[in-house]
Design a protein around this ligand. Structure first.
Ligand code: GDP
Ligand code: ZN
Length: 345
């Protein structure tokens, strides 16, 4: 075998410089000149992957875009200003110039970056729950706390109502009344019988929604029936190697057939309580607001502490005992959770 020739310093330097240049060319494969771009237009991020994003304009056309250097953070649902390229190079057909302020932001913990945004401009969170194996108000409360943290409106959806007999309905109604009483909207649905589907469609119209809830409550079935294109899309994506593989795990925006948008991904469905303090959990129980800060002790745990205003409010019939108990269970679970904890399914 020929002995590898030692490079001179000059050769080594030239090779390094060449590689650096190639890397630069690769990451900025398309450098648009101003005259190669159309006029700025408004768009929505359908999905973001690596250094690219798929942007949809007002006419429903999608453009795979590069991002200008100044565009620091860009996620699914972002509203942007972008310019279409006059030619299409390496399947890149535009550039994102700027991102509008977000009306809301969903984040998840990231090992490297702390909290990392995963989706933007969501206007409502549909908390999907069902009757069997059991109606679970604790999970609803956890999601409501997360909604309050993000400032996004929650809607409670009782799914698979076809499985409910009269006896079960009575028990569940009692619990749902608590939420109605506090001021939350409650919907019913069944993909099996079609009950409530029209009301759900109305609720989704003109909104950007996400569906959350434990696995098995019927989210996929519901979403697939509201959006025939979704199952198609997933198929196309997995057939397309490379990029496709990745896009299945990142958040993506879809349009409902009868109006309204959905942002979805496995991560979005698991969205939950990250990094919360007991105070933040209390903020998520909005009917506690009037009493918080009026307990005898400033560090009151609202459990068996003397002079607790919340316990007194429960005794006076002003706060539902179920809600204070649920609050206590969530706070207890925070102690055992770590940074990457999420809902147990
Ligand atoms: P996900 O994990 O929340 O996405 O739940 P899936 O959509 O996968 O549904 C879980 C199971 O519930 C599946 O076996 C579905 O067939 C069933 N299911 C979904 N919707 C309904 C419904 O409206 N009624 C009944 N009886 N079963 C349903
Ligand atoms: Zn207290």
């Amino acid at each position: 075998m020929a002995k590898a020739k030692k490079l001179t310093k000059g050769q080594a330097r030239r090779i390094r410089a060449n590689q650096a240049k190639k890397l630069r060319q690769k990451s900025d494969a398309v450098e648009w000149q101003d005259n190669e771009l159309g006029a700025p237009q408004e768009g929505t991020v359908i999905s973001r992957f690596g250094q690219h994003a798929d942007i949809e304009n007002g006419q429903g056309d999608t453009f795979r875009c590069n991002l200008r250097r100044g565009v620091a953070s860009l996620v699914c649902g972002d509203k942007v200003l972008f310019r279409e390229g006059k030619s299409n190079e390496h399947s890149i057909s535009g550039v994102v110039e700027a991102v509008h302020d977000r009306s809301s932001e969903l984040s998840r913990p990231d090992v490297y970056d702390g909290l990392k945004p995963i989706a933007a401009n969501i206007s409502q969170i549909i908390i999907v729950t069902t009757v069997l194996p059991a109606f679970n108000p604790d999970i609803i409360d956890r999601y409501i706390v997360a909604c309050v943290q993000t400032g996004i409106k929650p809607v409670i959806l009782l799914n698979k109502v076809d499985l409910m007999d009269e006896e079960l309905a009575e028990i569940v109604e009692q619990q749902l009344d608590i939420y109605r009483d506090i001021g939350y909207q409650v919907l019913y649905a069944s993909s099996a019988s079609g009950d409530g589907i029209d009301e759900l469609k109305t609720q989704l119209n003109n909104e950007t929604s996400i569906f959350v809830g434990q696995s098995g409550v019927g989210k996929s079935t519901l979403v697939n029936s509201l959006m025939p294109e979704l199952s198609l899309d997933t198929q196309e994506v997995s057939e397309n190697s490379g990029l496709g593989q990745h896009t299945t795990t990142v958040a993506r925006l879809y349009h409902f057939a009868d109006g309204g948008d959905l942002i979805d991904s496995p991560g979005i469905r698991e969205f939950g309580l990250w990094h919360l303090t007991a105070e933040q959990v209390a903020d998520g129980f909005i009917e506690f607001d009037d009493y918080l800060g009026t307990c005898k002790f400033r560090d009151c745990k609202h459990k068996d502490d003397p002079g607790c205003a919340l316990v007194a409010a429960v005794e006076a019939g002003e706060i539902y005992p179920e809600r204070l108990e649920s609050y206590q269970r969530i706070v207890d679970s925070l102690d055992t959770n770590n940074l990457t904890s999420r809902f147990k399914h």
